[in-house]
Design a protein around this ligand. Structure first.
Ligand SMILES: *Cc1c(COP(=O)(O)O)cnc(C)c1O
Length: 451
């Protein structure tokens, strides 16, 4: 039975294998190595104190089925985070359960539906502006509603008149994003909310862009009935690659009874879990949501404080407007007014040389930068959506602006160079649709030549 060879026995030592994977890991792009101006995603730096706190054994080793008496500290943290998010957003009650912004949207719409149903008619439609994130119509559909799209005006804003045209007693809610995905503040939000409320509808705020508003303005003061917040964007928890995240939902008092269970209640100084709420939409996530993410967001808020959060938003606005002014000569700005936390350019000036947004994004890789979000929002044709966030220094913003400027010059002088980029990355331009549908996950040495 003794063999000379063991089939398939690894031919490399531990060190070689380690070096191979360490080298591969360095090919990952991360906020901790480079600038990540991916619009709409708020790729800010995540302070290390968040990680230290999330790893405290009392949090990291907690069993999710432990009885409430044994997890008072964790429940206090969740209760406190709910209260802080309610204060920041101007809402009355918050649930931390949803595990992403999109799940927050669905949860919020379920809450609206449950309330309207109890009033006698869950209604049929949701109004969504053309600047909305794709998850808004998707969540509406998933919740059983038809989507009615309305156009924004030439300044990128929703007008009350346009809402009035489609608003009727079959509209359950309007979903608005503020600031919207063009990085523009919806100045008419109060008038829009009045139109919706007059016909018995509700206003849902997509609060994914809260990084622009903290300590400056509260959605709860703008006629909003329900909102979700993306902790993994605004409150600095690591994200990318699909999670984990957290999309807490805030509501005005009249909707509190419909929030998911369990709710965390406090009585006589003790925290307990309330399950017996008959109007609740039920559970939307196992246990308490993504608990580790909630600990990080709590830590972030506590360590910055109210003043720190306000400064965060002001710096996010300043950085975005700095890039807007720096790049406005080189790239077309479809909505030239001052932006909030992000700004949207297009490829119109490069188009006559045949250079597109995709080419510009690929060329940025050669300059060592992660490209901005491209071709979104859809209202700006060939969009380049840049969100620097507050955590970047002026030097980094200048270096990025310089690279973008250089690419604009190359597009004029040597368009072929931009069109064939990237040139310096381990792989060149991929067939992205095929790469997503038919990923090659196994390296087969015998097929080396072929691949
Ligand atoms: C990111 C985002 C969402 C969706 O949030 P996820 O956490 O990715 O599900 C919804 N709306 C807007 C405006 C966003 O930027």
């Amino acid at each position: 039975m003794l063999r000379d060879d063991i089939p398939g026995f690894p031919e490399l030592g531990e060190l070689e294998v380690l070096r191979h994977f360490t080298r591969l890991s360095h090919l990952n792009y991360a906020i901790e190595s480079q600038f990540y101006p991916l619009g709409s995603c708020t790729m800010k730096y995540n302070p290390k104190i968040n990680e230290v706190v999330a790893r405290l054994p009392g949090f990291s080793l907690l069993h999710p089925l432990a009885p409430a008496e044994l997890i008072q500290g964790a429940l206090e943290l969740l209760h406190g985070l709910e209260a802080m998010l309610a204060e920041i957003s101007g809402m009355d009650r918050v649930t931390l359960q949803p595990a992403a912004g999109a799940q927050g949207e669905l949860t919020g719409l379920m809450v609206i539906r449950a309330c309207l149903k109890e009033r006698g008619n869950p209604r049929r439609k949701i109004i969504v502006p053309d600047t909305a994130h794709g998850t808004n119509p998707a969540s509406s559909t998933l919740c059983g509603y038809d989507v009615v799209q309305i156009p924004s005006n030439n300044r990128g804003m929703v007008e009350a008149g346009k809402v009035e045209e489609v608003m009727d007693e079959e509209v359950a809610a309007l979903m608005l994003t503020n600031p919207n995905t063009l990085g523009i503040f919806e100045k008419n939000i109060q008038a829009v909310a009045d139109v919706v409320h007059k016909k018995g509808g509700m206003v849902y705020l997509d609060g994914a862009n809260l990084n622009a508003l903290m300590g400056i303005a509260k959605p709860g003061d703008m006629g909003v009935d329900v909102l979700h917040i993306n902790l993994h964007k605004t409150f600095s928890t690591p994200h990318g690659g699909g999670g984990p995240g957290a999309g807490p939902v805030g509501v005005k008092g009249f909707l509190e009874d419909y929030l998911p269970v369990p709710r965390i209640a406090k009585s006589n100084g003790n925290f307990r879990l309330q399950e017996d709420l008959p109007k609740s939409v039920g559970r939307v996530r196992s246990f308490f949501g993504n608990f580790g993410i909630l600990v990080r967001a709590y830590t972030y808020i506590i360590s910055l404080g109210g003043d720190g959060l306000e400064e965060t938003s002001r710096m996010a606005l300043l950085n975005a407007n700095y890039l807007r002014k720096k790049l406005e000569g080189a790239y077309h700005l479809p909505y030239p007014e001052p932006c909030m936390h992000e700004c949207v350019f297009t490829d119109r000036l490069q188009h006559k040389e045949g250079v597109t947004t995709l080419d510009i994004a690929k060329r940025l890789l050669d300059y060592g930068f992660h490209p901005p979000t491209i071709y979104f929002p859809l209202v700006a044709s060939g969009a380049l959506m840049i969100e620097p966030t507050e955590t970047e220094s002026r030097e980094t913003l200048d270096a990025f602006a310089e690279a973008m400027g250089a690419i604009a010059r190359e597009a004029k002088e040597n368009p072929a160079l931009v069109k064939s980029a990237p040139h310096t990355t381990p792989v060149g331009r991929l067939d992205e649709a095929r790469a997503a549908r038919k990923p090659v996950l196994r390296w087969e040495p015998t097929k080396k030549a072929e691949s």
